[in-house]
Design a protein around this ligand. Structure first.
Ligand code: FAD
Ligand code: DHB
Length: 394
């Protein structure tokens, strides 16, 4: 099998890249280890920066998002039984975020790319390794129906997430990795109940972090910090709701509407960056190259900015025979990645319980008091949360 751009992974990175290239007449084949239903069933991110919303519109998959997505002009930060709001437009020259689930984005991309445009995605076809990435004819070795095959390409995009094989195909001495694991996880619930408040609440509490998010006016997504080795089996729905309410200011806790879980899962928290993001004709994008703790809602949005740079670089190659953007992809993408890594780390530190030291707690609540009471402090949170601008790349 041959194609122009071989893509490993049909998460948001892989699908968005395939869609943008397809709209410009460039052929792609996506290899995905899981089934279509499995990929769609994964409940993950929910907050979309304006840069990503614009990318989805450019990919002509923004119509349902614009109809059904919720525009949020701020977030709430809770601590010491207080609730403080950070206004986005006021501090960012009018920027906002969109609340629209990763599941919905994936659905819209599958619908447009596969069902309407006839784009090729081979599900249940795991890539095993990438070969000859430093030649003009890189190959993806993959498995389908128990048989090994190869996909020969001009370029390979490794969009196969943190556990994928693209990054692992590179010899260790050619890649630098930076990693930090956090000593806790997030236990999340999805439930068909109205959200406790119109905008998200990020709560710092002496029992641990809590987050109130949503997918719509009738579907809520809540998270609480949990032990890193905790198991979903340890939690009944009631135990979850009780613990969530303990961590919110009393007024908000009283407004929480409980319901049965549609889904419950545990996410570990991790910061990770691999450098560079390009190896000859193999390009890494999204979680394959970097992971952030979910606190800043940046994981999905970074996948989008990587694809912004990578799609433009590939288009410049195919349309204008230019290679300079491909050469600059890694350093350009990484500049934005590191800023989001830093923000996610800082925001995680600000809001989670790391130890039982009274000093740690006082420092956190004092920083929260300072940030939320200062225009400059609010601007720091707002500017990062709505997403730093994509660099011009042409
Ligand atoms: P992925 O979505 O991971 O897609 C990679 C794809 O590659 C998958 O479909 C996988 O099956 C496939 N694949 C893997 N290996 C192979 C192979 N060998 N061959 C072929 N295909 C392969 N971000 C937020 O902003 N907020 C959140 O609340 C949040 N929650 C998260 C919860 C979890 C459990 C996880 C794992 C991530 C979460 N994230 C969150 C991060 C966000 O979902 C990711 O940043 C985003 O999915 C990245 O998209 P991606 O396409 O790069 O990678
Ligand atoms: C959601 C997840 C996040 O990590 C976050 O910071 C905000 C919202 C969500 O799933 O809705």
């Amino acid at each position: 099998m041959k194609t122009q751009v071989g893509i490993i992974g049909s998460g948001p990175s892989g699908l968005l890249l395939a869609r943008l290239l397809h709209l410009q007449g460039i052929d792609t084949v996506i290899l995905e280890s899981r089934s279509r239903e499995y990929v769609l069933g994964r409940v993950r991110a929910g907050v979309i920066e304006q840069g990503m919303a614009d990318m989805l519109r450019q990919a002509k998959v923004g119509a349902r998002m614009d109809r059904e997505g919720l525009i949020h002009e701020g977030i709430n930060i809770a601590f010491d039984n207080r609730l403080e709001r950070v206004d986005f437009p006021k501090h960012t020259n009018g920027k906002v975020v969109m609340v629209y689930g990763q599941t919905e984005i994936t659905y819209d991309l599958m619908n447009a790319h596969i069902d309407e445009a006839g784009g090729i995605v081979h599900y249940e076809s795991p890539a095993i390794r990438v070969e000859d990435y430093d030649t003009e004819r890189p190959r993806i070795i993959y498995q389908q129906n128990g048989k090994e095959s190869e996909l020969v390409c001009d370029f390979v995009a490794g969009c196969d997430g943190f556990h994928g094989v693209a990054r692992k195909s590179i010899p260790a001495e050619k890649i630098a990795t930076f990693s930090r694991a956090y000593p806790f996880g997030w236990l999340g619930i999805l439930s068909d109940v109205p959200p406790v408040k119109e905008e998200l609440i990020y709560a710092n509490h002496e029992r641990g972090f809590a987050l109130c998010s949503m997918r719509s006016q009738t579907r809520s997504r809540y998270y609480i910090q949990c032990e890193v080795n905790d198991k979903v089996e340890n939690w009944t729905d009631d135990a979850f709701w009780d613990e969530l309410c303990r961590r919110l200011p009393s007024e908000e806790a009283a407004n929480v509407i409980r319901g049965p879980r549609l889904e419950m899962g545990i996410t570990p928290l991790h910061s990770f960056v691999a450098e560079p993001m390009r190896f000859g004709r193999l390009f890494l994008a999204g979680d394959a190259a970097h992971i952030v703790p979910p606190t800043g809602a940046k994981g999905l949005n970074l996948a989008s900015s990587d694809i912004y740079y990578l799609s433009r670089a590939l288009l410049a190659y195919y349309k204008q025979k230019r290679t300079d953007l491909l050469d600059r992809y890694s350093e350009t993408a990484l500049r934005r990645v590191w800023k989001a890594i830093r923000f996610s780390w800082w925001y995680t530190n600000l809001l989670h319980k790391f130890d039982n030291e009274p000093m740690s707690r006082r420092l956190q609540t004092s920083e929260l008091d300072y940030l939320t009471g200062s225009e400059a402090g609010q601007a720091v949170i707002a500017e990062n949360y709505v997403g730093l601008p994509y660099e011009k790349f042409e």
